[in-house]
Design a protein around this ligand. Structure first.
Ligand code: NAP
Length: 388
């Protein structure tokens, strides 16, 4: 088993680090939570003074199997531990609750024992009440992204069975009636159409990092009509979505050229992910580039500037902020079929999860993880693991 990681100092060239290049003390024979901590600790020992991120693409089937054997339908309790809020507000409205009812499974749903979950900016915005007009009633167990093990199936479920290792975004419509019982809990009930089998080479942490971000990246590219031979500018290439837009544009859609923006510390990441040119937004204005692009993918909220660098007849897709024509915005639809379509690219390692090195955050530190994602400084995804 080998984990590919990226580490660097503030001054060094980014280095690809593999198990073989690390200290002999390094071991991969740990359950995933211990292993992840060990990875970080080992890299720190190896005098990497700054770890901006890890691009993870390891094979950890053994740890997955270990997690899978811990659960079974006959062990499902009636109550579970979960993070809950009963009012909209800041991080302080989040409460840890040991006595939340395990959700009922509808006929088209499976019950998942959650092994890892991930945060997205939408979790924070939803908790702040920004979507209250279309939200489900409070109290809410937040969380969109999940990776875990199926422990129960509804009567109409055809594709999955108990013991399957699955991943997905639990909310079909991100803003329109998202579930009251999300993924920041020991169990969550999810429609089978929103799920896919977990890629075999990814552990649960890696899988949980993907669904909402990769589905957004893919849907946005599709909506622009992106195709082989086209050029693209990705604004915020270091975030959860942008880091996957770069990879999908290159590896899945066959982009002729990928240019992306980030802050100084993430420029090398953009290159590793496949960007031909990385623009430091703290030093350069992308509007001053001498070229224009077939597509601009705005994952930061700069549509007014983005439309200035698109070719005549090109497309500008915006995920957030005000929209300037001809730019357009969409809200992601969760779709297990997209994950299934992308699984071969994940399993071949052509597309890799990007996980912020401050995590994974253990379940007890969900509030800290929220605070971190709300700094808007995360590189890749903020993952929660282990979950009791
Ligand atoms: N419409 C939808 O369906 C949909 C779906 C998913 C996400 N979204 C929205 O899309 C946005 C991005 O989501 P995400 O998950 O990718 O966010 P994220 O991971 O939280 O983004 C954090 C990244 O933003 C970078 N950043 C901050 N200011 C920047 C700037 N001026 N230019 C370029 N990069 C900058 C940061 O890099 P530095 O630290 O180097 O500054 C950091 O790496 C959020 O607003 C989210 O709510 C919408």
């Amino acid at each position: 088993m080998e984990t590919t990681m990226v580490a660097c100092t503030t001054t060094c060239k980014l280095t690809l680090v593999t198990a073989k290049t690390l200290s002999p003390k390094f071991s991969f024979n740990f359950p995933v939570n211990k292993q992840v901590r060990r990875n970080v600790a080992t890299l720190k020992q190896a005098s990497f003074s700054y770890l901006p991120l890890r691009v993870r693409a390891s094979s950890q089937a053994a740890s997955a199997a270990t997690e899978a054997t811990k659960v079974g339908a006959n062990l499902i309790p009636s109550e579970m531990k979960a993070w809950v809020y009963g009012e909209y507000g800041g991080v302080d409205v989040l409460k840890f609750d040991e006595n939340v009812s395990v959700p009922e499974v509808k006929e088209d749903q499976v019950l998942i024992k959650v092994v890892a979950a991930a945060l997205n900016p939408v979790d924070a915005k939803r908790r702040q009440g920004k979507f209250k007009a279309t939200d489900s009633p409070l109290p809410t167990v937040p969380g969109y992204d999940v990776a875990g093990v199926v422990v129960k199936v509804g009567s109409q479920v055809k594709e999955f069975k108990e013991g399957d290792e699955v991943y997905g975004d639990v909310n079909e419509k991100a803003l329109d009636g998202p579930k009251q019982f999300g993924s920041l809990a020991e169990y969550t009930a999810v429609e089978e159409k929103l799920l896919a089998l977990k890629p075999k080479n990814l552990d649960f942490v890696q899988a949980a990092s993907l669904p909402l971000a990769i589905e957004t990246a893919y849907e946005g590219l599709e909506r622009t009509g992106f195709s082989a031979g086209k050029s693209i500018l990705v604004l915020n290439g270091s975030g959860g979505v942008g880091s996957l837009v770069i990879q999908l544009a290159k590896q899945v859609f066959g982009a002729s050229k990928v240019v992306a923006t980030s802050g100084t510390r993430n420029l090398e990441l953009l290159k590793i992910l496949g960007a031909d040119l990385a623009i430091d937004y703290t030093k350069e204005n992308f509007e001053d580039l001498p070229e224009k692009f077939d597509v601009v993918y705005d994952a930061i909220g700069q549509c007014d500037k983005a439309v200035k660098v698109v070719k005549e007849g090109g497309a500008v897709v915006a995920l957030t902020g005000a929209v300037t024509p001809p730019g357009f915005r969409f809200v992601v639809t969760s779709n297990g079929a997209v994950l299934k379509k992308l699984n071969p690219y994940l399993e071949s390692g052509k597309v890799k999860p990007v996980i912020d090195p401050k995590g994974p955050f253990p379940f007890s530190q969900v509030a800290e993880a929220f605070s971190y994602i709300e700094t808007n400084r995360a590189s890749g995804k903020v993952v929660i693991h282990p979950i009791p």
